[in-house]
Design a protein around this ligand. Structure first.
Ligand code: FAD
Length: 470
């Protein structure tokens, strides 16, 4: 099927749009169209928007939004393009692409960073680390700040400094009716509450303001790799150690397959392994005492844990997750990590259909749990662990085996789950109500009724406004 601009959009109408924005307007007739359509997740690359508007600022966003609404075009908003469920692209609609808006400005006196709505975490770390500062960002540096923060934001400094959304101090937002509003603790405070975990439901964020903290530039961090037969002992040790660990440390166990990296002995490449990953964001000298004991779980097959620049840790995993990889995640919050679940996870790990099928068990707690439940839209905070089944593949034929495996991994944890999940780790749409829980969901619906009563922004884990349901 060939894709053209919807017939209602005549050349004169398009010319009007081109004259009202400073950024590029890309249609199927333009040379750069194929590239403009691409999102990070190759599984969602087959979509053909009617047009992509690359916005350079809030004025462009307002013009693009107004144009889409007047012409009845569905809107997909794109930050870093990492959505697992494919929310940042659309067939025959408009992509409002914020990637040109990636500027970062650091105010060292205020310990704040102003970050453009299309920045990725690598942009933020690059500027903030110049001053030995950071805010909680992603495990991969190409993930967008916007979608990541608006959904919650799990990263290596979360147990010390909170989730990304906990560090969101203020934001500039273009609302569904085309107004540019500021949200902070003192202005439109309920909107700020919703932006801290409620996703892109309430408007297009053109500028974020984050609290910064001293981090690095050197931290004690990295990975210990073990054979898969150490996975049980590793998970048990991790479970028993995690609740008493200091907030400086954030750690994760990953049951995976050894990638062909030079740091891993060649005879292990392609074999099932278990890995312990951690960052100690406090003093480098104390790091070995906090996480070094994991070397005793079993003899590591590779040891990449030690003093390293924080920015190196923030980019360490990037080569394994390149743009264009097909990806699907499914997750659940865990109330406990008991021996029976550990056994089932170890079995399902061995049954993985491909080398990029990973079982992540995140250590939660610390500052994440100390923020009061209900203080932000990030709905659940007391779970000690979070389980994420992560898959990546290249060949389309492999898609269903990978998705099925991830779903089975999460289903096997049903009896230990709290029943809730982290929205950013869900590869299927329509998961908002169960993820947020009834009380938070109801408050989010009230906010949605106020800011987006006709559900203009529905390509997200959608909070359905009351009007759209009647
Ligand atoms: C390889 C990989 C690694 C990841 N690692 C982590 C991790 O370490 N921790 C973690 O918590 N999550 C992680 N995630 C999940 C990630 O948080 C989500 O995929 C997130 O939505 C990505 O944000 P984005 O801006 O890149 O996505 P996009 O696809 O651009 O957007 C995602 C959603 O946010 C909306 N949106 C985007 N920009 C804006 C904006 N400016 N204003 C309003 N709404 C907007 C979109 O409409 C869409 O609904 C990872 C994902 C991938 C693919």
């Amino acid at each position: 099927m060939s894709h053209t601009i919807a017939p209602v959009l005549g050349e004169a109408t398009m010319q009007e749009l081109r004259e009202s924005v400073r950024g590029e307007v890309v249609t199927p007739a333009d040379d750069g169209y194929a590239e403009a359509c691409r999102v990070w997740n190759g599984a969602h690359d087959s979509h053909h928007p009617a047009l992509v508007v690359r916005c350079t600022g809030a004025a462009d966003v307002i013009s693009a939004l107004g144009f889409a609404r007047s012409n009845g075009l569905t809107i997909a908003v794109r930050g870093g393009g990492h959505s697992i469920a494919g929310f940042s692209t659309v067939d025959d609609g408009m992509v409002i692409d914020l990637s040109p808006m990636s500027g970062v400005r650091v105010d060292t006196a205020a310990m704040r960073a102003s970050v453009g709505g299309g920045a990725v975490w690598g942009d933020v770390d690059h500027e903030t680390q110049l001053h030995g500062l950071a805010t909680t960002g992603g495990l991969i540096s190409t993930t967008g700040v916007a979608g990541f923060t608006l959904g919650g934001g799990i990263g290596w400094t979360m147990r010390k400094y909170g989730l990304a959304c906990d560090n969101l101090a203020a934001a500039d937002v273009v609302t569904a009716d085309g107004r540019l509003v500021h949200a902070s603790e003192t202005e439109n405070a309920e909107l700020l509450w919703g932006l801290r975990g409620g996703g892109g439901n309430f408007g297009i964020v053109t500028q974020f303001e984050f609290d910064l903290h001293p981090v690095g530039p050197m931290v004690y961090a990295g990975v210990l790799f073990y054979p898969a037969d150490a996975a049980r002992d590793l998970l048990r040790t991790f479970r028993d150690w995690a609740p008493g660990a200091p907030d400086d440390v954030t750690a994760l166990v990953n049951l995976t397959t050894a990638p062909p990296l030079p740091v891993i002995p060649e005879e292990w490449h392609g074999k099932k392994i278990a890995a312990f990953l951690a960052v100690s964001a406090g003093s480098v000298d104390e790091g070995a005492g906090l996480v070094g004991s994991f070397r005793e779980v079993a003899a590591p097959i590779a040891d990449v844990l030690g003093p390293m620049p924080y920015q190196m840790m923030q980019t360490l995993l990037d080569p394994l997750w390149p743009k264009g990889l097909h990806a699907y995640f499914k997750a659940t919050n865990l109330a406990r990590l008991d021996d029976a679940l550990i056994e089932r996870l170890c079995q399902i790990h061995l049954a993985a259909p491909g080398p990029q099928c990973e079982i992540h068990v995140h250590q939660m707690g610390g500052m994440v749990a100390r923020v009061e439940e209900g203080a932000t839209a990030f709905a659940e905070r007391s779970m000690p662990f979070l389980l994420n089944a992560v898959t990546g593949w290249h060949d389309e034929q492999a898609a269903s085996a990978h998705r099925d495996w991830a779903r089975a991994a999460i289903a096997t944890a049903a009896d230990a789950s709290t029943g809730r999940a982290y929205v950013n780790y869900l590869g299927d749409p329509d998961a908002a109500r169960t993820s947020y829980g009834e009380a938070t969901y109801a408050r989010l619906v009230s906010l949605k009724n106020q800011y987006d009563p006709t559900n203009v922004f529905h390509l997200n884990q959608n909070i359905e406004p009351t009007a759209a349901r009647s």
